[in-house]
Design a protein around this ligand. Structure first.
Ligand SMILES: [Mn+2]
Length: 336
C-alpha cells in the first residue's frame, strides 16, 4: 500500500466506522467541489454507506449540467455520523452553516477535510485534515480511492475527471503536475470520455441566437481610451430589462474586451432609470488595478475583478469620465 498521505489511515478508519455521511461544499461551489462531492457520493454509496450532500448556497446554473447537482441540499440532516468537507480549508466559507446554527451539529460529530489549497488555513474543528498537493480535490480523492481500493463506478470516474479538468482548466494551470495528467490518462483507460465531458460542459455555454446577435451589437459599441489601454461599454436600461433574464449583458463581452491588443482594463457600465450606475471591472495580468479603481467609487473586489455602484445624482457621462480618468491614473502609477 502506498503512503501518499499520512492522513489516509485516519480517514479510512472514520469512514469505515460511519454509516450516514454528509458531504459538505463551502459557500462558493465550483466545478471541483461539486464534482468531487458527487464522486464521493458514488464511492460511499457503493461502500454501503448513506451519503448526503450539502451546500449552503444554490448550485450555480453553469454547474447544473453535472447529473446529481439537484441532490445537493441546503439543510444538514438531523442524523449523521460523520461529515466530509471537500475543497476548502476556510471556515469563513462555511458561513451559511454558522448563520443557520447548523455548524454546531457538524462540530458535534467527527469531520474530515479533503482539500488542496495549500495555505495556512485549517478548519479548527476537523478531526483530520488532508491538504493534498494536488491540482484538484478530485485528484486527492482518486489517490485515496487507489490506496483504499475503493470501488469507482462510471459516474464516479466521470466526476473525478470533471473535477480535475475543472480546477486545472483542462490541465493547463500552474498546479497541474505530471501526476494530474497521469490520473486523467488512467481515468480514460477506465472508460472516461474526455470529448463527452467537454461536450457536456460546452452545452451549458450555448446561448440563444438572440443573445449571439446582441453580443455582436455590444462588441460594436466597445469604446477604447488611451489607444486601447482602457475598453468601456455602456448598457442602457432597456437592454438590461430585455436581456438580463437570459444572461448578464456585461459578462457577454467583458472577456472579449480584455482580449483586445493593448487593453489593460475593461469596464462595463450599466445605467438604471433612477440614475444608478453600476460598473463591472476586469483587468489583464500585470494591470492589477481593479480593486483600487472600484474602491475609489465606494466599491470593492479583487485586483483583477471588481465592481462598484454609484447612486448619487451625477450624470452618467460624468461618472464614466471620472472612472476612465482614475483608471488612467492608476495604470500610470503601475508603470512608474
Ligand atoms: Mn478545488
Amino acid at each position: 500500500m502506498s503512503q501518499k498521505y499520512p492522513e489516509a489511515a485516519k480517514i479510512r478508519q472514520l469512514i469505515e466506522g460511519s454509516q450516514k455521511i454528509i458531504i459538505i461544499q463551502a459557500d462558493n461551489p465550483d466545478g471541483d467541489s461539486l464534482a468531487s462531492a458527487l464522486a464521493l457520493e458514488q464511492i460511499l454509496g457503493d461502500l454501503g454507506k448513506e451519503p448526503m450532500l450539502y451546500c449552503g448556497v444554490d448550485i450555480p446554473t453553469y454547474l447544473r449540467y453535472l447529473p446529481g447537482w439537484d441532490r445537493v441540499d441546503k439543510e444538514i440532516p438531523k442524523q449523521f455520523d460523520l461529515s466530509i468537507i471537500v475543497d476548502t480549508s476556510a471556515e469563513t466559507l462555511l458561513e451559511k452553516l454558522s448563520q443557520t446554527n447548523q455548524l454546531m451539529w457538524i462540530k458535534s460529530k467527527p469531520s474530515i477535510v479533503i482539500d488542496h489549497h495549500g495555505g495556512d488555513q485549517r478548519i479548527s474543528f476537523a478531526t483530520v485534515s488532508l491538504d493534498a498537493d494536488a491540482v484538484a480535490t478530485g485528484e486527492a480523492l482518486y489517490e485515496l480511492a487507489c490506496e483504499f481500493n475503493w470501488p469507482l463506478n462510471h459516474a464516479a470516474l466521470h466526476m473525478l475527471a470533471t473535477s480535475i479538468m475543472a480546477d486545472s482548466r483542462g490541465l493547463t494551470t500552474d498546479k497541474t503536475s505530471a501526476r494530474s495528467i497521469h490520473i486523467i490518462a488512467e481515468l480514460v483507460e477506465k472508460g472516461v470520455s474526455i470529448p463527452e465531458l467537454e461536450a457536456a460542459r460546452r452545452e451549458t455555454m450555448k446561448r440563444s441566437s438572440e443573445l449571439v446577435h446582441y453580443k455582436g451589437q455590444l462588441l460594436q459599441r466597445v469604446e477604447y481610451h488611451h489607444e486601447t489601454a482602457i475598453a468601456t461599454v455602456s448598457i442602457p436600461f432597456d437592454e438590461i430589462e430585455r436581456y438580463s433574464p437570459q444572461y448578464n449583458p456585461s459578462m457577454l463581452v467583458i472577456e472579449d474586451m480584455l482580449l483586445t491588443e493593448g487593453t489593460k482594463v475593461a469596464i462595463a457600465f450599466k445605467q438604471y432609470p433612477d440614475g444608478k450606475v453600476t460598473a463591472k471591472i476586469r483587468a489583464n495580468f500585470g494591470s492589477d488595478i481593479a480593486a483600487d479603481l472600484a474602491a475609489h467609487f465606494g466599491g470593492g473586489g479583487h485586483p483583477y475583478a471588481s465592481g462598484f455602484k454609484v447612486t448619487e445624482s451625477v450624470q452618467f457621462a460624468e461618472i464614466k469620465n471620472r472612472c476612465i480618468q482614475k483608471a488612467t491614473e492608476l495604470l500610470k502609477l503601475k508603470q512608474s
